[in-house]
Design a protein around this ligand. Structure first.
Ligand code: SAM
Length: 229
């Protein structure tokens, strides 16, 4: 693929075939996916595959998630435009750009400084002045700008990290994959009247959330090792 026209065509196909056809039809959501140039968030040698129906490697053993999963997680936040949102796991910065299209202010936290730097560069080149990239342990949230109307975690935790539940605003939603290496489920947590409730959405497969409230390497690997006992 070469040239912006080819990428635009591939992006339009992605929106129609992978997102809209699977039932996500909010015009605001679809407009965001039509606008953000996903190919600029993947390594140059993988740009041809940027609009494929799956995740892609972005370095440091990490991935940019499948477009449909980014769309589903974003739709579960039910953003109307005036929210302050937190993303844990900046990775390539693609989901942060989508959130930047749909919310007033976005904070995104990445533990790998190199990935955070590259994502911040692309986001800044594209003019996302409302997206703030931070380096650190996102399992602790980002208390400086809390509370958040929406929080999305793009790595799997054993359970919702307590600091994220604390940093959720009244009426807010937390979207995250919960589970271990072999099995995870996408959950949406709601805070209403100070009470927390959650619903399970679909089975998913994510890289692990690390850090204080995430998985240690040995705990995460143990599930695979147990399989062979
Ligand atoms: N949202 C990303 C995108 O649009 O490209 C995809 C993220 S990738 C599936 C998960 C990311 O979570 C990785 O970049 C990983 O380094 C990051 N991560 C894992 N544990 C973390 C933690 N405790 N704090 C911040 N980032 C973390």
């Amino acid at each position: 693929m070469n040239g912006e026209t080819e990428y635009s065509k591939a992006r339009e196909m992605m929106v129609r075939e992978q997102i809209e056809r699977r039932g996500l039809r909010s015009p605001r959501l679809l407009a965001a996916f039509r606008k953000v140039p996903r190919h600029l968030f993947v390594p140059p040698d993988l740009r041809e595959r940027a609009y494929d129906d799956g995740p892609l490697p972005i370095g440091k053993g990490q991935t940019i998630s499948q477009p449909y999963i980014v769309a589903l997680m974003t739709s579960l936040l039910a953003l109307e435009g005036n929210e302050r949102v937190l993303e844990i796991g900046t990775g390539s910065g693609y989901q942060a750009a989508i959130l930047g299209e749909l919310a007033r202010e976005v904070h995104t936290v990445e533990r790998h400084a190199g990935l955070a730097l590259r994502a911040a560069e692309v986001l800044s080149q594209l003019g996302y002045v409302n997206v703030h990239v931070h380096t650190g342990d996102g399992s602790l949230g980002w208390p400086e700008s809390a509370p958040y109307d929406g929080i999305v975690v793009t790595a799997a935790a054993a359970a919702p990290p307590p600091p994220l539940l604390d940093q959720l605003a009244e009426g807010g939603r937390l979207v995250l994959p919960v589970g271990h290496r072999l099995e995870q489920v996408l959950q949406v947590w709601h805070k209403q009247g100070g009470q927390l409730t959650y619903e399970n959405i679909i089975p998913v497969s994510f890289v692990p959330l690390r850090g204080q409230y995430g998985w240690s390497e040995s705990e995460w690997e143990r599930y695979e090792a147990d399989d062979w006992l």
